[in-house]
Design a protein around this ligand. Sequence first.
Ligand code: HEC
Ligand code: HEC
Length: 341
Amino acid sequence: MGIVAVVALLCALTLIVASGPGAQGGDVEAVWRQMFKRPGTPPPSPSDNPLNPEKIALGARLFADQRLSGGGKRACAGCHRPERAFTDGRRRALALSGAPLRRNTPSLWDLAWGKHFFWDGRASSLEEQVGMPIAEPQEMDGDWPTILSRLEGDEALVRQFRAAFPETPTISQDTIRMALASYVRSLVSPPTRFDAWIDGDVQALRPAETRGFGLFVGKAGCVLCHVGWRFTDDRFHDIGLRSSDGGRGAVAGGTPGLSAFKTPGLRELAHTAPYMHDGSLATLEAVVKHYTGGFVARPGLATHINRKLRLSGREKADLIAFLRTLSSETGPAHARRAGPD
Ligand code: HEC
Ligand code: HEC
């Protein structure tokens, strides 16, 4: 959706929200539904790596397998911990040496719909992305010949590869990457009360939460970037954090000198603190404080950040109450897995 269309919607939505929940006309409900409704099925997976349940199961197993690391002591799940919505709770991920790496471990929800991966978008497919932490000396320091020979010695695993890849039943760098990508692609955030509300259950959100939604799509302008049911435009912006990280500006496809980062989706947010590419904001309160004047207004600051946004104490609380409705209340263990499409 273009910026102009979004701005037009903002004006319409602000009026509607001002009139309170339940008072909405049918037309605008349809607009909200269109903007935020979950799609029924995941997008098709790449034609050379179709999703199947055996591949997802194999990928899940490899995700937790420390044999993919050089020292045999670190798995993907060591940083992307399923019980923490696939994050590690740290400001920045830990290198094998124990020193902090440069970025925060992101959650892995809804990436089947993603367009670029990593905070700076430097990987353009999941198949490409999942190989990178394995090879990265500071993350897993894996060496492919060693990994393959370790896994080939595991008969149960060999059988699982055969079931997942009947046409190419070998353990190879490609099949490992395809299985891991399939697993990541299967991680769909659980539906929440917000989804029930969007689907027409007006009781599903409390008044403070619907007021918060009104701010999100209205005065606070969050929806200019956090748009759609995943709450991301899949683009890169500089939101004025104090950070020496070059971000998108330092990779091919970015604007040199512009320290922009990928807009993260906001699903399961209540379980993924701390926030931002550098983990610099510890709580949602700190995030809202940032957007209400706490940022650095340097020349690269995204044009659709509202430099003058001020919210009252109650408005801030309402906005945060709304953000929390995007997270499951039962917690991350209840993650739903998408089946093959
Ligand atoms: C040392 C901790 C660590 C390990 C181990 C690790 N990751 Fe990550 N992962 C990160 C960090 C930090 C980032 C963000 C890095 C960046 O943006 O430059 C990331 C990013 C990602 C992304 C991109 C998410 C997005 O929103 O774009 C995916 C997918 C991912 N990791 C999957 C994996 C898989 C699969 C493995 C195992 C093969 C793995 N990770 C191992 C810390 C880790
Ligand atoms: C100009 C686009 C833009 C606007 C407007 C915007 N955001 Fe963001 N948001 C981003 C980007 C980009 C990031 C990641 C920034 C980084 O890490 O450097 C982000 C990060 C976040 C995060 C952290 C998520 C995580 O997993 O770490 C939250 C929460 C958030 N925004 C909420 C909001 C709220 C609430 C508003 C409205 C007050 C808002 N955003 C307005 C682009 C935007």
